[in-house]
Design a protein around this ligand. Sequence first.
Ligand SMILES: Nc1nc2c(ncn2[C@@H]2O[C@H](COP(=O)(O)OP(=O)(O)OP(=O)(O)O)[C@@H](O)[C@H]2O)c(=O)[nH]1
Length: 310
Amino acid sequence: MPFSSPQFQQKLLEFIDVCTDGYAVLTADDKMLGCNQAFCDIFYQDQRKMLGISFDDLMRLAFEERKGIRIEADNIEEWLAQAQQKRRQNPFRLFEVDLTDGRWFLFSEQILPSGEMLIQAKEITKQKVLEHQLYSKVASLSELALTDELTKVANRRCFVDSVEAELARCQRNEQPAALLLLDLDFFKSVNDTYGHQAGDEVLKATANRVKKALREYDIFGRIGGEEFAVFLSETDPATALHVAERVRVILADYPIKAGSAELCVTTSIGIALTHGESNFEELYLQADSALYMAKRNGRNRAELFALLSE
Ligand SMILES: Nc1nc2c(ncn2[C@@H]2O[C@H](COP(=O)(O)OP(=O)(O)OP(=O)(O)O)[C@@H](O)[C@H]2O)c(=O)[nH]1
């Protein structure tokens, strides 16, 4: 055996005793042969109580006292049965453990061929806190990347990605779908007359109202300044026209409050239909030319591309 001088063994024990990492050795039949103070602190037990205790009893203590290792289970015996299925399967195992006091530890279990187990527990609370902060940051960044900041609906990129995925599904299932392009009428004059902030209020209110007029699984987004779009899957021409009319009315018939002003805002709508055979760009161009017709034919109205091209 290397490094077996009594002096080395003595010093090793002294180091382990003052070490901030927890160390414990279990016998081949899973009883505590010895552990250092840091290991006792993890379990909120004193060293005398730890000596000779079985792994199962140590876990039962943690469960009953709700101290030390967090055990989220209704039934400790079921939890133990599951834990035992994972333990002692390999000579080495690494896993993270959280405590009821909020600390986190990285546990390792090393097993000798004769069956004794060395457990090491290293505190990783700081790393876990950083990891959590990083996850929340990534989540809010992806939220930012997909959401229009002003109206909080999907931005153009998110809208297009969602529609492309849905178009592929429509094609597979041979189902009709419709793209509605909405463009507020004379919106420049809202900004010019009442100011940009009032214009922003109108955009926010428009997004909220349109969202309410749609089904939960319809795709809705702001794809340009005062341009919104709706994708309706499993939708025939009659239904597309019906939804467009509902959206038109919900805007035109109820003035929008912007500061002290009550503004009557209308929208023109271009509709394009598909059975999934068009890609987003083609569908968008068709809806855009229908929108152009809606503007030309007097605004505050919807036009269907399919009928235009007949
Ligand atoms: N307040 C505000 N205005 C915006 C925003 N994005 C674009 N706009 C304004 O929207 C207006 C669009 O004007 P135009 O493209 O001339 O269209 P319009 O006045 O709505 O006229 P028609 O579409 O022909 O009915 C411009 O004045 C833009 O400055 C925004 O985020 N906030």
